[in-house]
Design a protein around this ligand. Structure first.
Ligand SMILES: [Fe+2]
Ligand SMILES: [Fe+2]
Length: 315
């Protein structure tokens, strides 16, 4: 596809590519709105991976055994890798990673609101793996078929690693549930704190999600927020039963007519409040990210100098 074709022809090529379930690649023409949507989504996703290292990173030095420390290190390191693939995918759309980072630390771009909650006990590490990475998997598996090629391909590998994250979390909780009464209480208390924020990870209800229709038409998104949320609830209830914990929702009940679990109303006022920067850890998360970025300036400078030297040598 060359850029010399008239716009209408480029547009119909784009539409046909989407219609046939083929991928849009960086070289292809795409409407401005599509590019903007992809940049926003991929950048927000990349930021979430990077900020998401903080709540669990908080426990690396205090992991209760060498085995737990090794697992947690590997998991947090995976999240760094996810961030890097995603920044690279965003760069194929013509944006610059340094610029995206600047937008993150100046609050002009968002990351998932879930990472603004604190990790108070080691059980949180297990619950984050089980519920937060679990919700991420529900959101991300359909993105392996997203219409934007570089994003869809990054998602394939990310999803494989996310399923390890979920398993290590569930296995940790299983171990704690077989332990002392105090350990079981710790698990239940962590589940009580993370359940509702996990449901918020699917975004606002469909009726309140103005971008969903366009994103579905572009096949950037394959299911609505409410569909994915329901899928997550249906998946999680039997897992909670196997674990021996309950979710803090008196309205949670199997509905035989619908073939799904009914569940209570999410507190969307809380969601909006956290999104607006007023969650328990928003300020801390951004301050830490900014500090890490500042302290890493010499590494970026050294890498750039090294690359320039190499280029000079080959020239
Ligand atoms: Fe991740
Ligand atoms: Fe993960």
């Amino acid at each position: 596809m060359t850029a010399t074709l008239p716009e209408t022809e480029l547009e119909s090529h784009f539409e046909r590519t989407i219609e046939r379930d083929q991928r849009i690649e960086p070289r292809d023409w795409a409407p401005e709105g599509y590019r903007k949507t992809m940049v926003r989504q991929i950048a927000q996703h990349a930021h979430s991976e990077i900020i998401g290292m903080q709540p669990e990173g908080n426990w690396i030095t205090r992991a209760p055994s060498l085995r737990r420390k090794a697992i947690l290190l590997a998991k947090v390191q995976d999240e760094a890798g996810h961030g890097l693939y995603l920044y690279s995918a965003a760069e194929t759309l013509g944006v610059d990673r340094a610029d995206l980072t600047e937008k993150l630390i100046s609050g002009r771009q968002k990351y998932s609101s879930i990472f603004n909650y604190p990790t108070l006990t080691f059980a949180d590490v297990g619950v984050i793996g089980w519920l937060v990475d679990g919700a991420a998997i529900c959101n991300q598996v359909p993105l392996c078929r997203s219409s934007y090629g570089p994003y869809a391909r990054a998602m394939v590998r990310i999803c494989k690693e996310e399923s390890f994250h979920q398993r290590q979390g569930y296995e940790l909780l299983m171990t704690m549930m077989r332990g002392t009464g105090q350990q079981r209480e710790m698990v239940q208390e962590a589940v009580d704190r993370w359940w509702w924020p996990s449901l918020m990870m699917f975004g606002p209800p469909d009726a309140d999600s103005p971008n969903t229709a366009q994103s579905m038409a572009w096949k950037v998104k394959r299911h609505t927020n409410d569909e994915l949320r329901q899928r997550f609830v249906d998946m999680s209830v039997p897992q909670a039963e196997a674990l021996g914990v309950t979710f803090p929702d008196p309205d949670l009940a199997w509905n035989a007519d619908r073939g799904h679990y009914d569940f209570g109303a999410v507190d969307w006022a809380e969601f909006k409040n956290v999104l607006q920067g007023n969650g328990p850890c928003n300020a801390q998360r951004i301050a830490r990210r900014r500090r890490a970025h500042d302290e890493g300036a010499w590494v970026r400078e050294a890498a750039a100098a090294h690359a320039a030297k190499n280029q000079e040598a080959t020239a």
